[in-house]
Ligand binder design. Structure first.
Ligand code: SF4
Length: 403
């Protein structure tokens, strides 16, 4: 009797459950991956069947991207050929059915509503089309591997537009996809991304609170999210962390109201800015999501006494980053914070020179962090909320202090 009324999964939902989706872990994916996991999971794709390519590496480019590279001056864009190639040649039992590489036009950002816009770099947005060309040059490599290519245009910074864009862009890719369920899946995607970002910000606050309680230094990285990729950012911040300095990324800086009031309240009352997220005082042309966050991060680092040093990372000849080099450096250095910049990262990793620069930074930090913290504390408002927080249960992250 029970069996008579039991629901059997429809052919469409079974087909969906069996799909394996490959996503190149590059560019905009570094700040939106949780959206895509939440989105596809809500559509009935098992999380274990949503696979990301590995971190960027020279081996990946050599092995999977050879002969596929298209003309682009940006190294982070060129590298995607290796990611595509790696996803296409997975073994039979792990083979993907869909290579999903969204053309992300705008990005979710904690500065949304405070800046003029939150657009992705145009080269980042166009990269999937650009890279695809290298896989169609002689013959269709996607068809050859039985893989469907999907690169929907999507304005992730504008949630109202997303369901329609993804519904249209995934027709024929996700069986029997309706607009209503795409809308629901997008909602789930944003919820997953927000939860992830909130966890990361909480973790950053724990690190800052520990530094504040113990009067110890930490570092801030100002870079685009894809510089977290070891093959793009060359793990410079990891090498510094190995010297005992906790590392924070601007994108995950805590934005709790008590902290922001302490850091920016005076500037608001004096009329310099309208809100703690306002960057119009230092960056009037605030259209790019990643650039805006870098500028805001510079302001935050300047006001946080325990951030004794800022590391700026940028890829070789990055046209988006170049105009921001001077303002970022000035904001940081005027606060008395150490500033080091790696502005020319590309495929070559001159390990020895990187090591020397990291050793130099560690030397300067060791020598100056106490004075920097004391000077910055003297210049900040009284009543830092970080000192009122109870110690977190676990370690604050990263290796113990050795500085
Ligand atoms: S942000 Fe810079 S490095 Fe990245 S794709 Fe755009 S121009 Fe190239």
């Amino acid at each position: 009797m029970q069996r008579w009324f039991a629901r059997t999964p429809s052919a469409d939902s079974k087909a969906r459950a069996e799909l394996r989706i490959g996503i190149p872990k590059a560019l905009g994916l570094w700040s939106t991956h949780q959206f895509w996991v939440g989105f596809f999971t809500a559509l009935g794709i098992e999380p274990r069947r949503i696979v990301f390519s590995s971190d960027t590496s020279e081996e990946q480019a050599r092995q999977y991207g050879k002969g596929r590279v298209t003309v682009d001056c940006c190294y982070p864009v060129k590298c995607i050929s290796g990611h595509y190639g790696e996803l296409l040649v997975r073994e039979k039992h792990r083979k993907i059915d869909v290579l999903f590489s969204p053309m992300i036009y705008s990005l979710p950002s904690f500065l949304k509503g405070h800046a003029l816009d939150t657009l992705a770099c145009p080269r980042v947005m166009a990269a999937p089309e650009n890279i695809k060309a290298g896989f169609l040059r002689e013959k269709d490599a996607f068809a050859e591997h039985g893989v469907r290519y999907a690169a929907p245009f999507v304005s992730l910074g504008d949630p109202k537009l997303v369901p329609k864009q993804l519904h249209e862009g995934l027709q024929g890719v996700i069986p029997a996809l309706t607009l209503a369920e795409t809308r629901n899946a997008a909602r789930e995607g944003y919820a997953a991304l927000e939860a992830f970002n909130a966890r990361a910000a909480r973790r950053s606050r724990e690190v800052l609170a520990r530094c504040a309680r113990e009067d110890r230094p930490c570092l801030m990285v100002l870079a685009r999210p894809y510089h977290m990729d070891p093959g793009i950012g060359h793990e410079i911040e990891m090498d510094l962390q190995a010297h005992g300095y906790p590392v924070l990324w601007a994108q995950h800086f805590p934005t709790d109201p008590d902290l922001l009031e302490w850091m920016f309240g005076d500037d608001i009352r004096r009329g310099f800015i309208r809100s703690p997220h306002d960057i119009s005082d230092v960056w009037p042309s605030s259209y790019s999501a990643n650039t805006n966050e870098i500028l805001w991060g510079a302001k935050a680092a300047a006001r946080m006494p325990w951030i004794a040093c800022v590391i700026r990372l940028a890829s070789y000849e990055c046209g988006m980053d170049q105009p921001s080099y001077t303002p970022v450096q000035q904001i940081v250095e005027r606060s008395g914070t150490l500033f080091f910049s790696f502005q020319d990262l590309d495929s070559t990793k001159p390990a020895a020179s990187m090591k020397i620069r990291v050793e130099t930074i560690a030397y300067y930090l060791q020598k100056h962090w106490r004075d920097i913290i004391e000077r910055k504390k003297a210049a900040s408002a009284p009543g830092c909320p970080l000192r009122k927080i109870a110690p977190p249960a676990g370690p604050a992250g990263g290796p113990g202090f050795r500085a």
